[in-house]
Design a protein around this ligand. Structure first.
Ligand code: F6P
Length: 290
């Protein structure tokens, strides 16, 4: 699939070309470093390495005005102003989502959102978003205004596997993050219903869990918790790109009240409850949380 805007295409090509290199570079970088990311989470060596690799490459693309990463406190100004120039974009990246899974050698991913606005920005200004899944095979799911596609990535090349990816109508799987005693009562009640209907799939890396939802249908959620009402996941780096992909694939995203894409952000690292999946499951969730 081609993307009509050459800057957007170059960003996507750069990330997809880098993915097999990132995967290879995970070897020997599983250890933690003595640092926390701006969200207060322990960083592994690979987080910092993947961020530097992507940052160096994306920030030098003509037409990229900002590079923002979950691993950096500040947004990097790359020259153009996404607010002012029609052809400048902000690229927000979670270089290694679920990197704590490196220790147990389970799947994880890279997430990116290309915003046609300076970040922090509403998800509605995303023009393309995607994720790389480092599973048994390295794949990329890419959503644009036109469609959602899945690719296999090898040796810097991407090969189309499926065009027009859509969520299956009949949902099969669910995965909810956070400790059950920490779930608010209304979410617990909803989860009890869903447990009767769907099969549990939860791997601790959003990309792995969301890809199951996209493949089989269902719902992924990381709710607001009693101890942390804002939830765990980040709006700019995780909620918005994943919300965009799932909405383009025919599903819905929600923070419990409204589409993630319509949330007005205050801060680049702000957190949000994240729920994505089949539209009727998200509708029901919003009814229960009212
Ligand atoms: O962003 C962090 C992340 O690793 C997500 O990929 C994942 O969904 C979540 O945290 C897992 O959190 P927990 O360890 O609380 O289940």
């Amino acid at each position: 699939m081609t993307v009509s805007d050459p800057v957007v295409e170059e960003v996507i090509a750069t990330i997809s070309r880098s993915a097999t290199e990132i995967r290879q570079g995970l070897i020997g970088r599983r250890g933690t470093v003595d640092e926390e990311n701006p969200s207060g989470e322990t960083q592994v060596e690979a987080d910092i390495w993947a961020d530097e690799l992507l940052g160096d490459r994306l920030a030098t693309i003509d037409g990229v005005g900002q590079y923002a990463s979950e691993e950096r406190a500040e947004v990097v100004d790359c020259g153009g102003d996404p607010d002012a120039e029609a052809d400048a974009y902000a690229v927000a990246v979670d270089p290694l989502d679920g990197s704590s899974n490196l220790k147990s050698n389970n799947s994880m991913g890279t997430i990116f959102g290309i915003y046609d606005d300076a970040v922090p920005a509403r998800g509605e200004s995303i023009v393309a978003a995607g994720y790389i899944l480092y599973g048994p095979i390295t794949t990329m799911v890419l959503a644009t205004e036109e469609t959602v596609s899945e690719y296999e990535l090898t040796g810097g090349e991407r090969t189309i596997v499926e065009r027009n990816v859509t969520l299956p109508d009949e949902p099969v799987v669910y995965g909810f993050g956070g400790r059950i005693p920490d779930w608010p009562d209304a979410f617990q009640a909803y989860a009890r219903e869903i447990e009767q209907e769907l099969k549990l799939r939860y791997g601790g890396a959003m990309i792995g869990d969301v890809n199951q939802v996209l493949t089989y249908g269902g719902i992924f959620g990381y709710p607001g918790l009693e101890s942390r009402p804002e939830g765990k996941l980040r709006l700019q780096f995780e909620g918005n790109p994943i919300g965009y992909i799932i909405e383009r694939a025919g599903g819905r995203s929600s923070n419990g009240r409204q589409s993630l894409l319509s949330v007005e952000p205050d801060d680049i690292h702000e957190r949000t409850p994240v729920h994505v999946g089949n539209a009727d499951l998200i509708d029901r969730l919003e009814d229960r949380l009212e």
